[in-house]
Design a binder for this molecule. Sequence first.
Ligand SMILES: C[S@@+](CC[C@H](N)C(=O)[O-])C[C@H]1O[C@@H](n2cnc3c(N)ncnc32)[C@H](O)[C@@H]1O
Length: 412
Amino acid sequence: MSIDTVSSQRLREAMVDQLVADHEAKGLVMRPEVEAALRVVPRELYTPGVPLVEAYRSDSAVITKKRGDETVSSVSAPWLIAEMLDQAVDALDGGLAGRHVLEIGSGGYNASLLRELVGPSGSVTTVDIDPEVTERAVACLAAAGYSDVTVVCADAEQPVTSDRRFDLIIVTVGAWDVPPAWIAQLAEGGVLVAPVRTFGMTRSWALRRDGDRLVSSSDRLCGFVAMQGAGAHEVRYVDIAPGVHLRLDEGQQVDATSVGGLLALPREQAWAGASLPPRTVLADLDLWLAARLRDEVNEVVVLTAQQDAVDAGVVAPAWRFGTPAALHGGTFVYRSALRWSGDVFDVGACAHGPDAAVWAARMVAQMRAWVDAGEPSAVLSVLPAGTPDGDVPAGTVLDKRHSRMVLTFTPA
Ligand SMILES: C[S@@+](CC[C@H](N)C(=O)[O-])C[C@H]1O[C@@H](n2cnc3c(N)ncnc32)[C@H](O)[C@@H]1O
């Protein structure tokens, strides 16, 4: 065995040990078959030219293609790949062995893990819109010895094959909507695992097909490069201070000059008065806040910030990559960084503007309501566009191009 092979194996074992520990810290359990696959597939063969240590970082993606400043392709971060594969195994009764899987967004690494999971009687097809990516995936898969993965170059907004149904479609690119082709290509009872943006916040949803609709069984916080092609969806950013931005959804209108000076106004801080344990999943709280505030405020937006702006105290968001925020009548309010007291924490809100105290109090009242309701998880239902209101389950409805999405919350 060469020194490189030995260090690759050693780094791979260390990466998986770290992933297992991170899962535990989040209150998750990694599926044994997912762990076994991660221990086998040589990730460095999908990241040529990248130092071994970088290839085996558990917490970061390896960027493989940029267009200007924008990342358009990457080998996804191992923690995220592992969590999405767990979601798939959990959602498919009996796991992945013998299943037929379509992966949307290629690279080769995840396809190899899927190949390990489905075994000899299953199949894996992977599709990417970019011929450079599919060519590289074919070469990397061959180098790693996975010659039985079908690689297709196409826009996955449209059906990849006309005559096949898959048990699992796993999407590894950020989507705003669920195109009809994804549902049509799923077997009845099949599962779609896809990063879908609702209220500007992306979660990986595991969704099971039931006729013409999908209903989720789990969601995980995540971030992905954006879909290209016919399903591309515009995301705009408005700068509100150096290094501080609002992320806007398609169709949202925010006047940059009127919000530009808001952060210079005094900050009002309010707390929910909760004592939450470290493993509380706040990704669901953020969706709850967006859904509850939508009917009360002019705009629900997402606050993002550079680390420098956070360090300088310009903003104190809960998560600098995407925190729910709202604009209403010249007041700006967002979920703030946690306040720890021993080994429990409280959640709070910061607000600036004429009605800062009122809106900080309203936002924490919604946080309190979430805690009092038993910290419910979000459930996403996806129905065809045009479904009459009477056939839509009770909840917060988001109308997209192809679908009506409904968010409901069920106690954990
Ligand atoms: C994060 S990468 C995929 C990572 C990969 N699954 C892995 O094994 O690490 C996302 C990919 O989605 C592709 N993509 C973007 N829009 C697409 C579309 N409409 N159809 C198919 N692929 C698309 C991009 O070209 C990019 O290569």
